[in-house]
Design a protein around this ligand. Sequence first.
Ligand code: ACO
Length: 401
Amino acid sequence: VVDIRKFYAETGMFTYDPGFTSTGSCESAITYIDGDAGVLTHRGYNITDLAENCSFLEVAYLLLNGDLPNRTEFEGFERAITLHTMVHEQIHKFFEGFRRDAHPMAVMCGVVGGLAAFYHDSTDIDDAHHRMIASHRLIAKMPTIAAWAHKYAMGQPLMYPRNDLRYASDFLHMMFAVPCEPYHVSPVLSKAMDRILILHADHEQNASTSTVRLTGSSGANPFACVAAGIASLWGPAHGGANEAVLTMLTQIGTLDRVPEYVKRAKDKDDPFRLMGFGHRVYKNYDPRAKIMARTCHEVLEELGVKDPLLDVAMELERIALEDEYFIEKKLYPNVDFYSGIIFKAMGIPVSMFTAIFALARTTGWVAQWNEMITDPVQKIGRPRQLFRGKDHRDFVPMDKR
Ligand code: ACO
Protein backbone atom coordinates (compact mmCIF):
# COMPACT_ATOMS: atom_id res chain seq x y z
CA VAL A 1 0.00 0.00 0.00
CA VAL A 2 1.40 3.38 -1.02
CA ASP A 3 1.26 6.13 1.61
CA ILE A 4 0.08 8.89 -0.72
CA ARG A 5 0.90 11.73 1.67
CA LYS A 6 4.45 10.44 2.20
CA PHE A 7 4.81 10.00 -1.55
CA TYR A 8 3.78 13.63 -2.17
CA ALA A 9 6.07 14.87 0.59
CA GLU A 10 9.08 12.95 -0.75
CA THR A 11 8.58 13.46 -4.48
CA GLY A 12 6.76 16.80 -4.60
CA MET A 13 4.53 15.18 -7.25
CA PHE A 14 0.80 15.63 -7.26
CA THR A 15 -2.20 14.79 -9.41
CA TYR A 16 -3.36 17.40 -11.91
CA ASP A 17 -7.11 16.84 -12.12
CA PRO A 18 -9.12 19.94 -13.15
CA GLY A 19 -12.72 19.59 -12.01
CA PHE A 20 -11.67 16.66 -9.75
CA THR A 21 -13.08 14.17 -12.23
CA SER A 22 -11.12 11.31 -10.69
CA THR A 23 -9.94 12.55 -7.31
CA GLY A 24 -11.54 11.34 -4.09
CA SER A 25 -11.42 14.03 -1.42
CA CYS A 26 -12.73 12.11 1.58
CA GLU A 27 -14.09 8.87 2.96
CA SER A 28 -17.85 8.94 3.46
CA ALA A 29 -20.55 6.53 4.62
CA ILE A 30 -23.52 8.74 3.78
CA THR A 31 -24.39 8.49 0.08
CA TYR A 32 -23.42 6.04 -2.63
CA ILE A 33 -23.87 6.57 -6.37
CA ASP A 34 -23.33 3.97 -9.07
CA GLY A 35 -23.44 6.31 -12.05
CA ASP A 36 -23.27 3.55 -14.67
CA ALA A 37 -26.15 1.60 -13.18
CA GLY A 38 -28.16 4.72 -12.24
CA VAL A 39 -28.29 3.79 -8.55
CA LEU A 40 -28.40 6.18 -5.58
CA THR A 41 -28.48 5.05 -1.95
CA HIS A 42 -28.39 6.92 1.37
CA ARG A 43 -26.83 4.92 4.23
CA GLY A 44 -27.58 1.80 2.17
CA TYR A 45 -31.25 2.56 1.42
CA ASN A 46 -32.33 2.96 -2.18
CA ILE A 47 -33.59 6.48 -3.03
CA THR A 48 -36.76 5.07 -4.58
CA ASP A 49 -37.68 3.26 -1.33
CA LEU A 50 -36.94 6.38 0.69
CA ALA A 51 -38.91 8.69 -1.62
CA GLU A 52 -41.91 6.38 -1.63
CA ASN A 53 -42.03 5.45 2.05
CA CYS A 54 -40.41 8.15 4.18
CA SER A 55 -40.98 11.73 5.14
CA PHE A 56 -38.22 14.27 4.49
CA LEU A 57 -37.39 14.56 8.20
CA GLU A 58 -36.99 10.76 8.41
CA VAL A 59 -34.43 10.98 5.60
CA ALA A 60 -32.78 13.96 7.33
CA TYR A 61 -32.46 11.86 10.50
CA LEU A 62 -31.02 8.99 8.46
CA LEU A 63 -28.41 11.20 6.80
CA LEU A 64 -27.38 12.79 10.08
CA ASN A 65 -27.45 9.76 12.37
CA GLY A 66 -26.78 6.80 10.11
CA ASP A 67 -30.01 4.81 10.68
CA LEU A 68 -33.70 5.31 10.06
CA PRO A 69 -35.39 6.46 13.28
CA ASN A 70 -37.88 4.37 15.25
CA ARG A 71 -41.09 6.16 16.23
CA THR A 72 -39.71 7.57 19.51
CA GLU A 73 -36.50 8.74 17.87
CA PHE A 74 -38.43 10.35 15.06
CA GLU A 75 -40.81 12.19 17.37
CA GLY A 76 -37.85 13.49 19.38
CA PHE A 77 -36.10 14.64 16.20
CA GLU A 78 -39.20 16.32 14.78
CA ARG A 79 -39.71 18.10 18.13
CA ALA A 80 -36.09 19.26 18.11
CA ILE A 81 -36.48 20.65 14.60
CA THR A 82 -39.75 22.45 15.34
CA LEU A 83 -38.09 24.05 18.38
CA HIS A 84 -35.81 25.94 16.03
CA THR A 85 -38.07 27.00 13.15
CA MET A 86 -38.19 30.65 14.26
CA VAL A 87 -35.35 32.97 13.38
CA HIS A 88 -34.11 35.74 15.63
CA GLU A 89 -36.50 38.69 15.36
CA GLN A 90 -33.68 41.02 14.27
CA ILE A 91 -33.19 38.88 11.16
CA HIS A 92 -36.29 40.66 9.82
CA LYS A 93 -34.03 43.68 9.44
CA PHE A 94 -31.63 41.70 7.27
CA PHE A 95 -34.40 41.16 4.77
CA GLU A 96 -35.31 44.82 4.77
CA GLY A 97 -31.74 45.66 3.73
CA PHE A 98 -32.13 43.85 0.40
CA ARG A 99 -33.73 45.22 -2.73
CA ARG A 100 -37.17 43.73 -3.35
CA ASP A 101 -36.01 42.33 -6.68
CA ALA A 102 -32.96 40.59 -5.16
CA HIS A 103 -32.59 36.96 -6.20
CA PRO A 104 -33.69 34.71 -3.28
CA MET A 105 -30.34 32.89 -3.47
CA ALA A 106 -28.51 36.19 -2.90
CA VAL A 107 -30.73 36.80 0.13
CA MET A 108 -30.14 33.28 1.41
CA CYS A 109 -26.35 33.53 1.06
CA GLY A 110 -26.43 36.68 3.17
CA VAL A 111 -28.97 35.66 5.78
CA VAL A 112 -27.61 32.14 6.36
CA GLY A 113 -24.04 33.47 6.66
CA GLY A 114 -25.41 36.00 9.15
CA LEU A 115 -26.90 33.29 11.39
CA ALA A 116 -23.49 32.81 12.99
CA ALA A 117 -23.84 36.34 14.34
CA PHE A 118 -27.00 35.33 16.21
CA TYR A 119 -26.29 31.78 17.33
CA HIS A 120 -22.81 31.93 18.93
CA ASP A 121 -23.95 29.25 21.35
CA SER A 122 -23.70 26.62 18.62
CA THR A 123 -20.49 27.54 16.82
CA ASP A 124 -17.95 25.57 18.87
CA ILE A 125 -17.22 22.91 16.29
CA ASP A 126 -15.28 20.75 18.77
CA ASP A 127 -18.34 20.34 20.97
CA ALA A 128 -20.73 17.55 19.84
CA HIS A 129 -23.70 19.29 21.48
CA HIS A 130 -22.97 22.55 19.63
CA ARG A 131 -22.65 20.64 16.35
CA MET A 132 -26.00 18.95 16.90
CA ILE A 133 -27.81 22.18 17.82
CA ALA A 134 -26.29 24.00 14.82
CA SER A 135 -27.38 21.14 12.53
CA HIS A 136 -30.93 21.24 13.89
CA ARG A 137 -31.01 25.01 13.60
CA LEU A 138 -29.90 24.98 9.98
CA ILE A 139 -32.42 22.29 8.95
CA ALA A 140 -35.20 24.04 10.90
CA LYS A 141 -34.57 27.63 9.85
CA MET A 142 -33.92 27.11 6.17
CA PRO A 143 -37.64 26.83 5.19
CA THR A 144 -38.35 30.01 7.16
CA ILE A 145 -35.50 31.89 5.48
CA ALA A 146 -36.36 30.63 1.97
CA ALA A 147 -40.08 31.42 2.37
CA TRP A 148 -39.28 34.85 3.78
CA ALA A 149 -37.04 35.61 0.79
CA HIS A 150 -40.08 34.89 -1.38
CA LYS A 151 -42.50 36.91 0.76
CA TYR A 152 -40.12 39.85 0.87
CA ALA A 153 -39.85 39.85 -2.94
CA MET A 154 -43.66 39.77 -3.17
CA GLY A 155 -44.01 42.71 -0.78
CA GLN A 156 -46.15 40.57 1.54
CA PRO A 157 -45.86 40.20 5.33
CA LEU A 158 -43.40 37.52 6.42
CA MET A 159 -45.36 34.58 7.85
CA TYR A 160 -44.10 32.96 11.04
CA PRO A 161 -43.65 29.18 11.10
CA ARG A 162 -46.48 27.02 12.41
CA ASN A 163 -45.18 24.19 14.51
CA ASP A 164 -48.43 22.23 14.29
CA LEU A 165 -47.63 21.59 10.61
CA ARG A 166 -45.16 19.05 9.25
CA TYR A 167 -41.95 20.30 7.67
CA ALA A 168 -43.05 20.54 4.00
CA SER A 169 -46.54 21.82 4.90
CA ASP A 170 -45.08 24.50 7.14
CA PHE A 171 -42.83 25.65 4.32
CA LEU A 172 -45.82 25.89 1.94
CA HIS A 173 -47.76 27.77 4.62
CA MET A 174 -44.94 30.32 5.01
CA MET A 175 -44.72 30.65 1.20
CA PHE A 176 -48.41 31.10 0.43
CA ALA A 177 -50.42 32.08 3.52
CA VAL A 178 -51.37 35.72 4.16
CA PRO A 179 -52.57 37.03 7.53
CA CYS A 180 -55.96 38.21 6.21
CA GLU A 181 -57.41 34.85 5.20
CA PRO A 182 -57.13 31.19 6.15
CA TYR A 183 -54.76 29.02 4.15
CA HIS A 184 -55.12 25.26 3.98
CA VAL A 185 -52.09 23.36 2.80
CA SER A 186 -53.09 20.90 0.09
CA PRO A 187 -52.04 17.36 1.10
CA VAL A 188 -51.12 16.66 -2.55
CA LEU A 189 -48.77 19.64 -2.71
CA SER A 190 -47.36 18.88 0.71
CA LYS A 191 -46.59 15.27 -0.29
CA ALA A 192 -45.04 16.38 -3.58
CA MET A 193 -42.91 19.01 -1.83
CA ASP A 194 -41.79 16.48 0.77
CA ARG A 195 -40.75 14.08 -2.00
CA ILE A 196 -38.88 16.80 -3.88
CA LEU A 197 -36.99 17.64 -0.69
CA ILE A 198 -36.05 13.95 -0.24
CA LEU A 199 -34.79 13.72 -3.83
CA HIS A 200 -32.52 16.73 -3.28
CA ALA A 201 -31.36 15.90 0.25
CA ASP A 202 -27.85 14.67 -0.51
CA HIS A 203 -25.73 13.65 -3.47
CA GLU A 204 -22.24 12.90 -2.13
CA GLN A 205 -19.30 15.13 -3.16
CA ASN A 206 -20.95 17.49 -5.68
CA ALA A 207 -19.68 21.08 -6.04
CA SER A 208 -21.71 22.61 -3.21
CA THR A 209 -21.11 19.75 -0.75
CA SER A 210 -17.39 19.81 -1.53
CA THR A 211 -17.52 23.58 -0.95
CA VAL A 212 -19.14 23.03 2.46
CA ARG A 213 -16.47 20.47 3.36
CA LEU A 214 -13.59 22.61 2.08
CA THR A 215 -14.90 25.66 3.93
CA GLY A 216 -15.40 23.60 7.08
CA SER A 217 -11.93 22.06 6.83
CA SER A 218 -10.45 25.36 8.00
CA GLY A 219 -12.58 25.20 11.15
CA ALA A 220 -15.17 27.71 9.92
CA ASN A 221 -18.52 27.59 11.73
CA PRO A 222 -21.36 25.55 10.17
CA PHE A 223 -23.51 28.59 9.30
CA ALA A 224 -20.65 30.06 7.25
CA CYS A 225 -20.04 26.66 5.63
CA VAL A 226 -23.66 26.29 4.56
CA ALA A 227 -23.69 29.88 3.24
CA ALA A 228 -20.70 28.89 1.08
CA GLY A 229 -22.63 25.81 -0.09
CA ILE A 230 -25.58 27.99 -1.08
CA ALA A 231 -23.27 30.21 -3.15
CA SER A 232 -21.86 27.22 -4.97
CA LEU A 233 -25.29 25.67 -5.57
CA TRP A 234 -26.50 28.87 -7.20
CA GLY A 235 -24.57 28.28 -10.46
CA PRO A 236 -26.54 27.12 -13.53
CA ALA A 237 -24.31 24.06 -13.97
CA HIS A 238 -25.41 22.89 -10.49
CA GLY A 239 -28.55 23.82 -8.54
CA GLY A 240 -29.39 26.71 -10.83
CA ALA A 241 -30.18 24.18 -13.56
CA ASN A 242 -33.84 23.72 -12.49
CA GLU A 243 -34.39 27.42 -13.10
CA ALA A 244 -32.53 27.19 -16.40
CA VAL A 245 -34.67 24.20 -17.49
CA LEU A 246 -37.91 26.13 -17.13
CA THR A 247 -36.46 29.14 -18.92
CA MET A 248 -35.33 26.83 -21.74
CA LEU A 249 -38.70 25.03 -21.99
CA THR A 250 -40.46 28.40 -22.11
CA GLN A 251 -38.10 29.55 -24.87
CA ILE A 252 -38.77 26.39 -26.89
CA GLY A 253 -42.48 26.95 -26.29
CA THR A 254 -44.01 24.51 -28.78
CA LEU A 255 -43.46 20.88 -29.79
CA ASP A 256 -42.45 21.72 -33.36
CA ARG A 257 -39.45 23.73 -32.11
CA VAL A 258 -37.94 20.87 -30.08
CA PRO A 259 -35.79 19.42 -32.94
CA GLU A 260 -34.26 22.86 -33.55
CA TYR A 261 -33.06 23.04 -29.91
CA VAL A 262 -31.78 19.45 -29.93
CA LYS A 263 -29.80 20.37 -33.06
CA ARG A 264 -28.39 23.46 -31.35
CA ALA A 265 -27.32 21.39 -28.32
CA LYS A 266 -25.26 19.16 -30.62
CA ASP A 267 -23.58 22.03 -32.45
CA LYS A 268 -20.01 22.47 -31.19
CA ASP A 269 -20.01 26.14 -32.25
CA ASP A 270 -23.14 26.90 -30.25
CA PRO A 271 -22.66 27.24 -26.48
CA PHE A 272 -26.28 26.15 -25.92
CA ARG A 273 -26.77 22.97 -23.85
CA LEU A 274 -29.96 21.14 -23.04
CA MET A 275 -30.52 22.19 -19.45
CA GLY A 276 -31.52 19.30 -17.19
CA PHE A 277 -29.51 16.83 -19.30
CA GLY A 278 -26.21 15.24 -18.38
CA HIS A 279 -24.45 14.60 -15.12
CA ARG A 280 -20.84 14.25 -14.04
CA VAL A 281 -21.48 10.94 -12.31
CA TYR A 282 -24.62 9.43 -13.89
CA LYS A 283 -23.94 7.88 -17.25
CA ASN A 284 -27.40 6.35 -17.12
CA TYR A 285 -30.84 7.62 -16.13
CA ASP A 286 -30.63 9.63 -12.89
CA PRO A 287 -32.93 7.56 -10.60
CA ARG A 288 -34.23 10.79 -9.06
CA ALA A 289 -35.34 12.03 -12.48
CA LYS A 290 -37.61 8.99 -12.89
CA ILE A 291 -39.32 9.63 -9.54
CA MET A 292 -39.53 13.33 -10.35
CA ALA A 293 -41.17 12.64 -13.73
CA ARG A 294 -43.77 10.43 -12.02
CA THR A 295 -44.40 13.02 -9.31
CA CYS A 296 -44.80 15.69 -11.99
CA HIS A 297 -47.56 13.72 -13.73
CA GLU A 298 -49.29 13.01 -10.38
CA VAL A 299 -49.22 16.66 -9.28
CA LEU A 300 -50.48 18.02 -12.59
CA GLU A 301 -53.26 15.44 -12.65
CA GLU A 302 -54.29 16.10 -9.03
CA LEU A 303 -54.30 19.84 -9.58
CA GLY A 304 -56.08 19.50 -12.91
CA VAL A 305 -53.32 21.57 -14.51
CA LYS A 306 -52.57 21.12 -18.20
CA ASP A 307 -49.14 22.60 -18.80
CA PRO A 308 -47.91 22.63 -22.40
CA LEU A 309 -44.35 22.83 -21.05
CA LEU A 310 -44.74 19.26 -19.80
CA ASP A 311 -45.50 18.17 -23.37
CA VAL A 312 -42.42 20.08 -24.57
CA ALA A 313 -40.32 18.40 -21.85
CA MET A 314 -41.57 14.92 -22.75
CA GLU A 315 -40.95 15.50 -26.44
CA LEU A 316 -37.46 16.82 -25.72
CA GLU A 317 -36.71 13.75 -23.62
CA ARG A 318 -38.10 11.43 -26.31
CA ILE A 319 -36.07 12.98 -29.14
CA ALA A 320 -32.87 13.34 -27.13
CA LEU A 321 -32.97 9.77 -25.86
CA GLU A 322 -33.19 8.49 -29.45
CA ASP A 323 -30.42 10.75 -30.72
CA GLU A 324 -26.95 9.35 -31.47
CA TYR A 325 -25.19 12.35 -29.85
CA PHE A 326 -26.97 11.98 -26.51
CA ILE A 327 -26.70 8.17 -26.57
CA GLU A 328 -22.99 8.24 -27.31
CA LYS A 329 -22.27 10.86 -24.60
CA LYS A 330 -24.63 9.12 -22.18
CA LEU A 331 -26.65 12.28 -21.56
CA TYR A 332 -29.91 11.54 -19.75
CA PRO A 333 -32.38 13.81 -17.96
CA ASN A 334 -31.19 14.67 -14.46
CA VAL A 335 -33.15 15.52 -11.29
CA ASP A 336 -33.69 19.10 -12.42
CA PHE A 337 -35.45 18.27 -15.64
CA TYR A 338 -38.98 17.85 -14.26
CA SER A 339 -38.81 19.63 -10.90
CA GLY A 340 -39.39 23.08 -12.42
CA ILE A 341 -42.66 21.99 -14.01
CA ILE A 342 -43.90 20.73 -10.62
CA PHE A 343 -42.87 23.97 -8.91
CA LYS A 344 -44.60 25.99 -11.60
CA ALA A 345 -47.82 24.00 -11.14
CA MET A 346 -47.58 24.69 -7.40
CA GLY A 347 -47.41 28.43 -8.06
CA ILE A 348 -43.77 28.75 -7.03
CA PRO A 349 -41.88 31.43 -8.98
CA VAL A 350 -38.85 30.39 -11.03
CA SER A 351 -36.47 32.44 -8.89
CA MET A 352 -37.35 30.23 -5.88
CA PHE A 353 -36.46 26.91 -7.53
CA THR A 354 -32.81 26.88 -6.53
CA ALA A 355 -33.68 28.24 -3.08
CA ILE A 356 -35.84 25.16 -2.48
CA PHE A 357 -33.00 22.95 -3.66
CA ALA A 358 -30.77 24.73 -1.12
CA LEU A 359 -33.26 24.16 1.67
CA ALA A 360 -33.39 20.43 0.90
CA ARG A 361 -29.63 20.07 0.42
CA THR A 362 -28.93 21.73 3.78
CA THR A 363 -29.60 18.33 5.37
CA GLY A 364 -26.92 16.70 3.23
CA TRP A 365 -24.53 19.59 3.85
CA VAL A 366 -24.81 19.38 7.62
CA ALA A 367 -24.53 15.57 7.58
CA GLN A 368 -21.39 15.78 5.42
CA TRP A 369 -19.99 18.61 7.53
CA ASN A 370 -20.49 16.58 10.73
CA GLU A 371 -18.85 13.55 9.13
CA MET A 372 -15.88 15.65 8.08
CA ILE A 373 -15.42 17.34 11.46
CA THR A 374 -15.41 13.99 13.28
CA ASP A 375 -13.10 12.28 10.75
CA PRO A 376 -9.74 11.77 12.51
CA VAL A 377 -7.73 12.02 9.27
CA GLN A 378 -9.37 15.28 8.27
CA LYS A 379 -6.97 18.11 7.39
CA ILE A 380 -7.48 21.56 6.01
CA GLY A 381 -8.31 21.21 2.30
CA ARG A 382 -5.49 22.64 0.27
CA PRO A 383 -5.38 21.69 -3.44
CA ARG A 384 -2.12 22.14 -5.32
CA GLN A 385 -1.70 23.89 -8.67
CA LEU A 386 0.22 23.46 -11.88
CA PHE A 387 2.05 26.79 -12.10
CA ARG A 388 2.07 28.22 -15.64
CA GLY A 389 3.18 31.78 -14.89
CA LYS A 390 6.42 33.62 -15.56
CA ASP A 391 9.56 32.13 -14.03
CA HIS A 392 11.60 35.08 -12.78
CA ARG A 393 11.35 38.80 -13.58
CA ASP A 394 13.59 41.64 -12.45
CA PHE A 395 11.68 44.32 -10.60
CA VAL A 396 11.16 47.57 -12.55
CA PRO A 397 10.16 50.77 -10.64
CA MET A 398 6.86 52.31 -11.75
CA ASP A 399 8.33 55.30 -13.65
CA LYS A 400 10.48 52.90 -15.74
CA ARG A 401 7.62 50.52 -16.77
N1 ACO B 1 -26.39 19.32 -23.70
C1 ACO B 1 -25.57 19.09 -24.75
N2 ACO B 1 -24.33 18.55 -24.65
C2 ACO B 1 -23.91 18.26 -23.41
C3 ACO B 1 -24.71 18.45 -22.26
C4 ACO B 1 -25.99 19.00 -22.45
N3 ACO B 1 -26.79 19.23 -21.39
N4 ACO B 1 -24.03 18.07 -21.16
C5 ACO B 1 -22.84 17.64 -21.59
N5 ACO B 1 -22.76 17.74 -22.95
C6 ACO B 1 -21.64 17.32 -23.80
C7 ACO B 1 -20.50 18.34 -23.72
O1 ACO B 1 -20.59 19.31 -24.73
C8 ACO B 1 -19.29 17.45 -23.87
O2 ACO B 1 -19.12 17.18 -25.23
P1 ACO B 1 -17.64 16.95 -25.82
O3 ACO B 1 -17.09 15.74 -25.13
O4 ACO B 1 -17.87 16.74 -27.29
O5 ACO B 1 -16.85 18.19 -25.50
C9 ACO B 1 -19.70 16.15 -23.18
O6 ACO B 1 -21.12 16.11 -23.25
C10 ACO B 1 -19.26 16.05 -21.73
O7 ACO B 1 -19.69 17.25 -21.08
P2 ACO B 1 -18.88 17.91 -19.88
O8 ACO B 1 -19.34 19.32 -19.71
O9 ACO B 1 -17.42 17.67 -20.07
O10 ACO B 1 -19.39 17.00 -18.68
P3 ACO B 1 -19.31 17.37 -17.16
O11 ACO B 1 -19.36 16.10 -16.42
O12 ACO B 1 -18.17 18.29 -16.90
O13 ACO B 1 -20.63 18.24 -16.91
C11 ACO B 1 -22.86 18.87 -16.44
C12 ACO B 1 -21.79 17.77 -16.35
C13 ACO B 1 -22.28 20.20 -15.91
C14 ACO B 1 -24.04 18.51 -15.57
C15 ACO B 1 -23.27 19.04 -17.94
O14 ACO B 1 -23.83 17.82 -18.40
C16 ACO B 1 -24.25 20.20 -18.13
O15 ACO B 1 -23.81 21.33 -18.31
N6 ACO B 1 -25.59 19.91 -18.11
C17 ACO B 1 -26.58 20.94 -18.24
C18 ACO B 1 -26.77 21.65 -16.89
C19 ACO B 1 -27.49 20.77 -15.88
O16 ACO B 1 -28.50 20.16 -16.16
N7 ACO B 1 -26.94 20.77 -14.64
C20 ACO B 1 -27.54 20.02 -13.52
C21 ACO B 1 -26.62 18.97 -13.05
S1 ACO B 1 -27.40 17.96 -11.86
C22 ACO B 1 -27.39 18.87 -10.44
O17 ACO B 1 -26.60 19.70 -10.18
C23 ACO B 1 -28.47 18.55 -9.51
